[in-house]
Write a protein that binds this ligand. Sequence first.
Ligand SMILES: [Zn+2]
Length: 41
Amino acid sequence: MWICIKCNKKITSAEIIKCPSCGYRLFRKERPPFVKNVQAV
Ligand SMILES: [Zn+2]
């Protein structure tokens, strides 16, 4: 899953050519939700 850096819309790899929402073409990789390992303080 990718996220448009302009409008933060989630983009699938099939839509990666162009953001369907704003037409922007720069995306960042969405981090998997399970990576965070926050220790309780
Ligand atoms: Zn966008």
